[in-house]
Design a protein around this ligand. Structure first.
Ligand code: PLP
Length: 496
């Protein structure tokens, strides 16, 4: 069993599966010996005398077992997440306090309008603040994630172009894009045309010009892109697209690099989604929930999802009276609790605070990049914005690959960065340190990576067989995902 595991949890007995602990007859709970409390109302066929292999334990043992398991979890409260493309932001506790206010957390989504004026005020306020940050005119808060925002946006593009006579057939997408971009395009019945990035990691206006025609509905562009590099040609690209009647959709997943510094609306972007669970705090990891509001320029507002919050004579109202709308994309008000957290985050930081968050994110990423660039190959010479990409090229000659480096980081106590993405960079290692990390944390992480680069040279087999200190060693990841073995049987190698 793992060294570090035993070291840090030394006060507890050697970790075992719960099935291997306890003893017959031990219990944390006793039925009162009273016939009235016997569960006679449960039909006999559902009752059993025995559950084979069921552990019998006292309450304290059960509690310690689950507390110990909870410590095996990796969490943003406990450790550093360098996951690129994910913006693993810290979620300030004030957001949680606000989201738990009973007036908000217990609000029924079907409550009558006069009782939800405060909530509607909050949602309207959030719409306006997000619009301001992105340089857009209107925002819908309905979509439940970035991917659903993309789909909502493309539905609006289709509706807008259809109203003008032709929805068109194709969407242009750079080869650096996140997989959700082509997926959303396909869902909206568009054919994807890939635009290659150049040796500086960005797409050039002339490449866009080559593929732009009157059958192209628009371009989906991520800015800064998934290398963390600013798409410097964006304005020229927008002109080329607009000239032929197409629209610019921006994937705003990387907005953490831009807040208070630059507005997509000023770059020629017609519509974009934001990932509140990336840029505007909100816990993520563990799969959600999130929120992917979409901002649009004025000429697209008729197509926004309904119902929309409007100002009526007696306060806020919900209106479905937008005949060109693409309809509803999410029940009720979207993921309300997430919207509350984003509202709280923006209000508590203020515009200066948001800008500082972005500037610190850029500083942290460039710090990591400059300290690591002698130890790991950097595919692009441009300075990065909020994230940076390395590859395993220098380690490959020792037989060490990106996956080995990621696994070895676990031994140093760090969550690995995003690996093998973006797909266009072979062996990519993509690091996004986020703005809230201290120099000490960044240095510890960088030192671990430098040390691994040295190990790759001096003892490659150590790196290739990592991790060595985790409860579970190197897994065949495909088999582990498809053939889950949850019982550890010390007599068999399999479950280890
Ligand atoms: C995360 C991400 C998405 C998808 O957003 P979800 O909220 O996970 O659906 C799309 N594009 C980029 C660049 C991303 O990083």
């Amino acid at each position: 069993m793992s060294e570090c595991f035993q070291k840090s949890k030394g006060q507890l007995p050697t970790p075992q599966l719960i099935f291997e602990t306890g003893s017959a007859g031990r219990s944390g709970f006793f039925w009162p010996d009273n016939p009235k409390t016997k569960p006679e109302w449960i039909p006999a066929r559902f009752l059993r005398d025995d559950i084979p292999g069921f552990p019998e334990l006292g309450e304290l043992e059960v509690m310690r077992h689950f507390t110990r398991l909870s410590h095996l979890n990796y969490s943003i409260e406990g450790q550093f997440y360098p996951l690129g493309s994910c913006t693993m932001k810290y979620n300030p506790k004030i957001n949680e306090v606000v989201a738990r206010l009973t007036g908000l957390s217990l609000l029924h989504p079907l409550a009558p309008l006069p009782l939800i004026q405060g909530a509607l005020e909050l949602l309207r306020g959030l719409e306006r603040m997000l619009a301001e940050i992105c340089g857009m005119d209107h925002v819908t808060l309905q979509p439940a994630a970035g991917a659903q925002g993309e789909m909502t946006g493309l539905m609006m593009v289709r509706a807008y172009l259809s109203a003008r006579g032709n929805p068109r057939r194709k969407i242009l997408i750079p080869d650096t894009a996140h997989g959700t971009n082509p997926a959303s395009s396909t869902l909206c019945s568009y054919e994807v045309v890939q635009v290659p990035s150049n040796d500086r990691g960005i797409i050039e206006a002339k490449k866009v010009k080559e593929v732009m025609d009157e059958e192209v509905a628009g371009l989906m562009i991520t800015n800064p892109n998934t290398f963390g590099i600013f798409e410097q040609d964006i304005q020229a690209i927008a002109e080329i697209i607009h000239e032929k009647g197409g629209l610019i959709y921006m994937d705003g997943a990387n907005l953490n690099a831009l807040m208070g510094i630059a507005k997509p609306g000023d770059m020629g972007v017609d519509l974009l989604h934001m990932n509140l669970h990336k840029t505007f705090s909100t816990p993520h990891g563990g799969g959600g929930p999130g929120a992917g509001p979409v901002g649009v320029k004025g000429f697209l507002q008729d197509y926004l999802p309904v119902p929309r919050i409007i100002q009526g004579a007696e306060g806020y109202e919900l209106s479905e009276d937008f005949p060109k709308s693409v309809g509803r994309v999410r029940s009720f008000f979207g993921n309300f609790g997430i919207l509350v957290r984003a509202y709280s985050y923006i209000i508590s930081l203020g515009s200066d605070g948001l800008e500082e968050a972005s500037r610190m994110a850029l500083l942290n990423a460039n710090y990591v990049r400059s300290r690591l660039k002698e130890h790991y190959h950097v595919p692009y010479s441009e300075p990065c914005l909020h994230e940076c990409v390395f590859t395993d090229r220098l380690q490959q000659k020792h037989g060490v690959h990106t996956i080995d480096i990621a696994k070895r980081l676990l031994d140093y106590g760090f969550h690995p960065p995003t690996i093998y993405f973006p797909l266009v960079v072979s062996g990519a290692i993509m690091i996004e340190p986020t703005e809230t990390e201290s120099p000490e944390t960044l240095d510890a992480f960088i030192d671990a990576l430098i040390s691994i680069a040295r190990e790759a040279k001096e003892s490659p087999s150590l790196v290739k067989s990592a991790p060595h200190t985790t409860p579970v060693g190197r897994l065949d990841e495909t088999r582990a995902a498809r053939n889950l073995i949850l019982r550890w049987n010390p007599s068999k190698e399999d479950g280890k």
